[in-house]
Write a protein that binds this ligand. Sequence first.
Ligand code: ZN
Ligand code: MN
Length: 514
Amino acid sequence: MELETIIGLEIHVQLKTKTKMFCTCDNSGEDKPANSCICPVCLGHPGVLPVANKQAIEWSALTSLALNCQIDEYSKFDRKHYFYPDLPKAYQISQFDQPIGKTGYLYILNPETKTEEKIRINRLHLEEDAAKLHHTPDKKNSLVDYNRGGTPLMEIVTEPDITNPNQAKLFLQELRQIIRYLEISDADMEKGHLRCDANISLRPIGDKKLYAKTEIKNLNSFKMVEKALEHEIHRQTKLWLEGNPPKDLTTRGWNDSKGQTEEQRVKEEAHDYRYFPDPDIPPVHFLLSAENPCQEKEILIDVECLKTQLPELPDHKRKRFIKEYDLNLDEAKILTEEKNRANYAEQVFSELYNWIENIIEPAIKKDDFWEKNKPQLTKLSSNWLINNLFPLLEENQMTIKSMAMTAENMAELITLVFVKKVNSNSAAEILAEMIKTGADPSHLIKDKDLGQISDSDELESILDAIIKKNPKPVEDFKNGKEKALQALVGQVMAKTKGKANPEIVLKLLKNKLK
Ligand code: ZN
Ligand code: MN
């Protein structure tokens, strides 16, 4: 029997608003002492009145736009009832039948076939997070920290369109990147800013029915999502082949140290959450055009205005980088991984154009030179950013924002490498200093005497001495062994402490010995 895999994801994202979802408590409580960011509203005391955080609603609508969701004119908040110590009101304010976003989608690039695969999004809604439970080591007591209670939490639910664990991981990575581009959450899975539950079931290929799914919880990294799903496919395949496929909706937790999923509970039937509209919170009215008038006592959100706040999204930026700067997909991916890095790279590319003025012969037209050398220059730049600058920043625990080097100076350094005024070893040395001090590269080259020697006259006398000292390789070369010259080039490099331009040295040597 051939089986296929059906996966859907439910993702919760903590929004980094200043205050909580329905009160004015500080929303950075995860780094603060337990129960220090709380008030009667988020503790669910009787008689209090929640007030919805407009920023959180706007960010959720912004994300809906980024995920190609439809936004209806009205949205509302509902009470979802369940009884647990992490929820002091015994209900969570969430959204039931009128979420903020509906029927969206994202395209995920299949790394093997290089085709884009569409993952539909069922809904995006906003709710409040629950408090955090800490179990004492003896497991006899549970302590509750209410700092997290009431944090704005965006929930995104996909359709069961995901067909394998790797695709699930790629979808999550793309989603995280979008959220970071929107600057609405740090979306760090390890810290619980982004939490994912995965639903998975199998079925015989050709069967159109959906069978009882298993929900996997406790997935704290992309790696875990992938590993847990792989394990679950393995487990369920065995059950199917034994003629005993899963019959009930079950919840399993991922045990990372054991590398397996473990049964938590079997849901006999769907939970009855007794949803009903929260009477304390006015409806959300999305202004979709200039025409729809605003009613009194509504939370008004201007969608047209939000559209103008939407940044260029990762997918678009990647494609544009490939086209505009002649980069390949891998290069574009790394350069656009973070918005700040992408912006910096673009500044470097545009500053390069300005530096050309300084390196071309007066007779050559700047634009002609640029057009002719642009692929090479951008390639060189992306190499320097990806292989030198980014690793260097990580090594020094710096970011694009915290380092001292301007894009203009980075472009100058690349230009100097391009025209061979400095070799790449020396340039790397200079770069390490530039990110810390912001000094400009031509001064550093002069101060440190790192300029590459390309001047023939200067090299002639060094070459003569080396030829005299090495009759053997000279003889070999004259007998047709081209490779013998490498030994001589190596000696010239050593003599000049690496400053000689090896290509020119080779050319001069050949001329001399012919
Ligand atoms: Zn509060
Ligand atoms: Mn939820």
